[in-house]
Design a protein. Structure first.
Length: 276
């Protein structure tokens, strides 16, 4: 991989789609102009609220206004964009999808969330994502000019097998647009980010929306970028803002050489395989 300046835009997502697109555009521009980012990441479902009703209302196909904007900005600013995720209308279904664009605005990857957030936590959050969203079936590792980027969405990051598969497929950075909440966030967000980075010896960036108390779903916030040793390179609180970290490829090489976890796996005793 190359040296990467990664910015996470922890944007305040509101009801109105156009306002969200304007906000995403201005934060992507600021990431480049103020922080010299060459990789910019947005949060999960950034163009409308994270709710069943809103996802139905904001769903659009690839090539719609949201992906057009992301592609145009990637080309104009000469950056790689991991475009958070959107409700994608395709095949008469809705997917929760991240689109990834390169420096000439080409769509170089697409991740459809594989693990859907169907939970009922007593005294806390309840959500039935599968009541509207269909699951994706593909592990996503995107080859870019900056290096190999594994992309997953929110609840996907709780599944260590998926993170390891991406690592075995060459991911050097794992980027996760996410929207944990005020129940599971304080309990698990930072530990999960750290352990996925440490287990797989990758850079790990998790991008949340800012917390909007006017919406039904209270996102946790606290976006983070962590290095392959588990050191936090950048983090924030629950409010809107941009965080930026420099990812140094020598750090990844050094950690993997000095603590060779990936080489020490007992693949004679166990294996992780992709089922077709
Ligand atoms: O895993 C969690 O606690 C939160 C997951 C989530 O909010 C999501 O997948 O959108």
């Amino acid at each position: 991989m190359k040296t990467v300046n990664l910015s996470v835009c922890q944007m305040m997502v509101v009801e109105n789609k156009e306002d969200n697109l304007k906000k995403a555009e201005s934060m992507i521009r600021r990431s480049v102009l103020e922080n010299k980012a060459n990789l910019v990441v947005l949060p999960e479902i950034f163009n409308g609220p994270y709710s069943i009703e809103a996802m139905q209302a904001t769903a659009e196909p690839e090539g719609g206004p949201t992906t057009q904007l992301l592609s145009r900005l990637a080309a104009e600013l000469n950056i790689v964009v991991v475009g958070g995720s959107i409700a994608e209308a395709a095949d008469d279904r809705i997917y929760n999808t991240a689109f990834i664009y390169n420096e000439v605005g080409e769509r170089v990857g697409r991740h459809r969330k594989m693990h859907l957030f169907d939970v009922n936590i007593v005294g806390g959050v309840s959500f039935q994502e599968s009541s509207i969203v269909a699951p994706g079936n593909d592990v996503t590792v995107v080859e870019t000019s900056l290096g190999k980027i594994g992309v997953a969405i929110c609840y996907d990051m709780r599944f260590p097998e998926l993170m390891r598969l991406m690592t075995l497929q060459g991911a050097e950075m794992i980027v996760v647009p996410a929207a944990f909440n005020t129940t599971t966030g304080p309990a698990h967000w930072k530990d999960t980010i750290k352990m996925r980075a440490v287990d797989n010896q990758v850079f790990f960036a998790a991008a949340s929306p800012a917390r909007n108390l006017a919406s039904d779903y209270h996102a946790y916030g606290f976006s983070q970028v962590v290095d392959p040793w588990g050191t936090v390179l950048a983090e924030t609180d629950e409010t809107e803002g941009i965080i930026t970290a420099t990812l140094n490829p020598q750090r990844l090489t050094a950690v993997r050489e000095q603590l060779p976890l990936l080489k020490h796996r007992r693949t004679d005793l166990y294996e992780l395989k992709e089922c077709q």
